[in-house]
Design a protein around this ligand. Sequence first.
Ligand SMILES: [Zn+2]
Length: 669
Amino acid sequence: MHSFAESVFIGFDDLPSGTLLTSQYPGVIFSSSQGCANYVYSFSTGNIICTGPIGGSIDCVRDTYIDFTSPVNNLTFFAIEPNVAGVDAQFRIFQNNTYTTTIDLIGLGGAGNEFVDLSAYAHITRLEIVNILQSPLENGIGWDSFSFTPVPTLSISSLQTPSTTGNLHSFIATDTITLQAKVNPPNQGMAVKWTVMGIGPAGGISGFPRDQIQNTDGGGVSTFTFSPSDNPAFVTNRRTTWATASTAANDPIGFEVIAELDSNGQSNKSSLSATNLGSLLQDQTDTLREEYYDFNVPVPSRNVIVPSLGATYNESPYSVQASVDLPGHYSAILSAYRSSTLIIGTQSIPIPSTANVVISSAFRNPRRNLAIGSVHPNSKHTVGQALDLQPVPTFAVIDGVRTMLDLHDDFYPALATAAATQGTAIAEQGAVPVSIGDIHENHIHVQWLAGTPQANSIVAAAIQNAIQSHAAALILGGDFSYTVFNDEPANSSFQLNAFHLVVNAPFSVTSSPAGWSFVTDNFSYVDWFCSSGVAPYMGDIAPGTSMQGFSIHSQVSTSASLSFVMSSWNPGTASSGPGYMDTIASPSITTVVPQLTNIGLSSGRDFQFSVSGIPGYSYTIQYSSDLINWAPILTTVAPFNFIDPNSAVGPSTFYRAVFVPQPSTAPDD
Ligand SMILES: [Zn+2]
């Protein structure tokens, strides 16, 4: 067994007489009262120390203070010539940095040296020798032959994770976390026990390292590493409890780490939280990245995670998001789209340079992605490499009549072509690919290869709010009513004539203002437009005025900030004007994951429960006897009650309800 309790002896014979003594000996600091010091002094028995004023003569009557950098045991030394009977000096003792007691030095009553034994006092950190008797008979006292045994102390001295921001040392489950603890005085081969305890979502989970021994190296340092994913219980917890649908942000995972030294039967602990090294706690970036580990899909690197780009680009509940330059790709697609030309009959009609494209979905974190029914946990939307885009239809003047061009025949093909300049573009109806131009399409999904993450700077030119406008929403349950305002100055040329609203829930249009028509798919968008075809374009919204009566009803009463676009018309030139794009409260499903309630027995016999989900959408009841193999019993529209008349027969049966993606309704993928 390695002995760390090596005693230290200081006899001063290795220093020249006259040396001013301070910290020449490791672990000990000698000092005196203000303006005074201890000096090495040549005496008949060899070198001793005596005090005196700095720059004056040694008189051996000043205070001596001795500070130990780590606590000591077995402290002994000699008093040189304490000659007077009675109290010649006093020893003030500090243990573990706290004053505890004062001991009197009783003089010899004659010449000689006296052994001072303070070994009864453990963990001495400071000794003050004071009140040396001022007597001609005394002629001062010297000190010599200090002997003591340093007590090793332990403190966690280093914490390293792949990322540190401010006071947070952040990580994800698979990262290696390294801590070091230092023993003072340094000593090799000392056993340091390390224990890890989970905090937050990791709290109460067993299986993290406990009393794991890492011996100190030659510098007295014990190094300990652990990785949260080395704990199977933790992994199981993540992969079951956390790989589920949710619209809320996860709490960060944290750890407390304790290093412990067992010396002479006395425990000597250091807690990470008691140091000034900061917290071992996930930041928002790693809290989000942890979701990918939970879902067992590749984890995006930290440089893909950027501060939230706003509601349009970020459907997650985090203040950060993944983005491989979503704004840059959007801007490029919009530019290409605005350079497109439509062929209408025999006429070539350029898409207005002010035409807009709205983003109906961009980044979704894995839990949100699942909550809206995506069957692809590794969807490009979860890594910021995909956009869902809707064209905003505009008018053209054909044969002198203002005409709303066709969404599917005209605008979708132009948008698909523009989107294809940035990656792979397909038309989709919800999650289902359809032909470009198909009347069921409700967005163009475009995704691209990762490449190098870009700056994500939102290009000002891309969203041309060149017209002053705004909208207000009035929400009563599932009824959403909108008023739109033309905030242009009175002398402006621009009248509002179209209103595109993004929706993410089943709905129907319940009213439109007089003179306005609409097109919609009753799930993802509604395009209202003024149907007047000739000047003075009755029903357009003039500068300084507003119009209400844009109303929809949804089976869901939950909402989210979704995009809308106002388009304008210049009656003087009979051409499209600039648009205005922003977000506003719009019906939005929060989850397609069904809830099972009212579980019990019907008529005291048949097993039953209620299924809620998105009202009006289909769910399949499945059953299983082993929780592995599932078979369908019934598919019907939520909400509904389910009664299994055969449940009283046979062994135990398990049930679950599963969302059925529907081409006309499913959220996109
Ligand atoms: Zn998509």
